[in-house]
Design a protein. Structure first.
Ligand code: CAA
Length: 261
């Protein structure tokens, strides 16, 4: 891998997009390597992922403008599909993904963060969809996910004006959950990831699936999705252990890690 770093620390893994000279811009090779990295995550042991960018300045400064500059219509569409396929893999990845946005999150950078379950950022983060200033539309899910996250009115304003917003505004409109200093950001992401990883893994995965799939259908269908995933947790060792632990009145007991089965 030239542009992706992958580290595992217990049940938490970190993916770093590592193309600092180009502010971690996404070219085809970065997308291919990210795709391969996701395919190789050991889901028996890893329970939460953190996605970040290398360096102190940029999370991801977008899709690679140099690579896109000479594309034909058909190639442009194929490039959009390549990005969308990887981002959809991230969005539907079985375990939660936290975007630790450590600087510029523009175009494809904002879009990849929106494919993650949770976004937190540093106080130097800048979000935006500058594509119309380049003569294109957002092409890695921005026209779809931004409106779903912050509402159609705010998404249209950001996309039509191509105006970037700073971390405090991203927090105000609900694009990120929290803002930290650059120094604090990774520790906070790791703390959140560890907090997620200590909970029952099958239950956490089923929550992600229920929320994601439920948002795509009407409420009558959504609650059926929830019922099935709720039922699916019963008879697991994690459910038996979690409930038995609660019901055991022994005050000296110590909670064991969940087994993921
Ligand atoms: N693609 C390719 N290269 C990029 C890039 C991108 N998206 N963003 C930055 N770079 C490169 C620059 O070309 C520069 O390379 P050189 O050193 O070889 O010249 C290097 O990264 C450093 O960038 P700058 O010198 O521009 O750094 P700066 O601090 O002056 O500006 C910035 C930072 C405001 C983020 C600026 O780099 C910028 O505006 N980048 C482009 C942001 C953008 O428009 N992103 C959207 C891309 S379109 C897209 O993503 C489509 C989609 O939805 C799929």
């Amino acid at each position: 891998m030239e542009y992706i770093l992958y580290e595992v620390n217990g049940a938490v893994a970190k993916i770093t997009i590592n193309r600092e000279k180009a502010l971690n811009a996404l070219n085809s090779q970065v997308l291919d390597e990210l795709n391969a990295t996701l395919d190789a995550v050991d889901l028996d042991t890893v329970r939460c992922l953190i996605l970040t960018g290398a360096g102190q300045k940029s999370f991801v400064a977008g899709a690679d403008i140099g690579e896109m500059s000479t594309l034909t219509k058909a190639e442009g569409e194929a490039f959009g599909k390549k990005g969308n396929d990887v981002f959809r893999k991230l969005e539907t990845f079985p375990i939660p993904v936290i975007a630790a946005v450590n600087g510029f999150a523009l175009g494809g950078g904002c879009e990849i963060s929106m494919s993650c379950d949770i976004r937190i950022c540093s106080d130097n983060a800048v979000f935006g969809q500058p594509e119309v200033g380049l003569g294109i539309t957002p092409g890695f899910g921005g026209t779809q996910r931004l409106a779903r996250l912050v509402g159609a009115g705010m998404a249209k304003q950001m996309i039509y004006t191509a105006r970037n917003i700073k971390a405090d505004e991203a927090l105000r409109i609900g694009l990120v959950n929290a803002v930290y200093t650059q120094e604090e950001l990774m520790a906070q992401a790791e703390k959140m990831a560890a907090g997620i990883a200590k909970n029952a893994p099958i239950a956490v995965r089923n929550c992600k699936k229920a929320i994601n799939e439920g948002l795509d259908v009407d409420m009558d269908q959504a609650i059926v999705i929830e019922e099935k995933l709720f039922g699916d947790c019963f008879e697991t060792e994690d459910q038996k252990y979690g409930m038995a632990f609660f019901l055991d009145k022994n005050k000296e007991k110590v909670k064991e890690p969940f087994k993921n089965c």
